[in-house]
Design a protein around this ligand. Structure first.
Ligand code: NDP
Length: 330
């Protein structure tokens, strides 16, 4: 059946400006790292994309290597995009990245111009897109000059393969250098994509300040710590969960007794706030004015709907924030 997007798709989502740019992102975005690969069910991936769009999630985040196998999340997205979403292209912000290994030999990963330009061309073909909205360098390359990597991002934008450039997993100092190079080239750095959650707070001391000064937006990946910051692992590792899957990046050994004790205490606090732990974890990430969007993953439409309710209570009292700091020991 032909997809027709919900008339109410813009009624309840919150949109936030990305740094000092003209682009706005939904406060909650959907990532295709897990649950969209060749190993996953195409129909449930399709449902997730279409229902998310119906709920105002206008931003979908991909990378060349998402799957498994690598590249297959782009193919899944391409199939759904071409069948159902093509007429909504101008309502969507689609991002892509390159940095991790995609093909054999010395040109299949990291940050050379050779790799990045070949990768975006491959990705556009797999997704059936003419351009992506944001193209990121996925991880710093210790060996390629930053000038070359940023020059490649600038070229990719100028050649119309992407509208904006971003960086991911760059530390504060490297981000400042990358921002300066991109500014000189005339392609400002739009956005940074770091890991950020109650269990990974590395961006707080320095990176957020750099982003504020530079006018760069921020989209936090894995705000639920891959599902650990929800109530799902409190009793056991449920069948079908990420930690139960052989290709899942959350491994059972990450779910220690110490972590579970923290999750239990956070879950109690979330309940006192009238939220689920997932909702509180998302609201907590979004509490920074520099934070443009929380980049969440989901394996069901019910999870997406649950997570969107985070937007109903985004404020924290000083006491609640202190309580969270005490629970997670910082
Ligand atoms: P999350 O921390 O949001 O974890 C998502 C997982 O949490 C889901 O797959 C699901 O697990 C579980 N979950 C989500 N909502 C709920 C809920 N309401 N109740 C219970 N469980 C829930 O993010 P991801 O780790 O998936 O990362 C999100 C995106 O960030 C990726 O898709 C990707 O786009 C990006 N990313 C970027 C990286 C980078 O280097 N730039 C690295 C990693 C991610 P389950 O499947 O078990 O149901």
């Amino acid at each position: 059946m032909t997809f027709s997007a919900s008339e109410t798709r813009y009624d309840s989502m919150l949109y936030r400006r990305c740094g000092r740019s003209g682009l706005q992102f939904p406060a909650i975005s959907l990532g295709l790292w897990h649950n969209f690969g060749g190993v996953d069910n195409l129909e449930s991936s399709r449902e997730l994309l279409l229902r998310s769009f119906d709920l105002g999630i206008t931003h979908f985040d991909l990378a060349n290597n998402y799957g498994p196998p690598p590249g297959s999340a782009e193919e899944t997205f391409g199939r759904v995009f071409n069948a159902d979403l093509r007429s909504y292209r101008d309502e969507l912000v689609i991002s892509n990245k390159a940095g991790y290994r995609m093909w054999p030999g010395p040109y299949g990963e990291w940050g050379s111009r050779k790799y990045l330009v070949a990768s975006i061309d491959q990705s556009l073909r797999r997704m059936g897109l003419e351009y992506v909205d944001v193209f990121y360098h996925h991880r710093p390359d210790p060996d390629t000059p930053l000038e070359e990597t940023m020059g490649a991002l600038d070229y990719i934008v100028r050649s119309g393969k992407a509208l904006y450039a971003g960086v991911s997993n760059y530390d504060a100092d490297l981000t400042a250098k990358a921002a300066s190079l991109l500014r000189e080239l005339g392609t400002p750095c739009l956005i940074h994509q770091p890991a950020y959650s109650m269990f990974r707070r590395w961006i707080e001391p320095k990176l957020l300040g750099v982003l504020r000064t530079e006018g760069i937006g921020c989209i936090a990946f894995s705000p639920l710590a891959q599902g650990l910051l929800t109530d799902k692992y409190l009793a056991e590792i449920p069948a079908g969960s990420r930690a139960s899957k052989p290709h899942g990046f959350l491994r059972p050994e990450h779910i220690t007794d110490d972590k579970l004790a923290q999750v239990r205490a956070l879950n109690d606090l979330a309940r006192r706030r009238g939220q689920s732990l997932a909702q509180m974890a998302i609201a907590w990430v979004l509490r920074h004015p520099e934070m443009t969007s929380a980049l969440v993953g989901a394996s069901s439409v019910a999870q997406v709907k649950d997570n969107l309710k985070a937007l109903e209570n985004l404020s924290f009292t000083a006491e609640e924030l202190k309580c969270i700091d005490e629970i997670i020991g910082s």
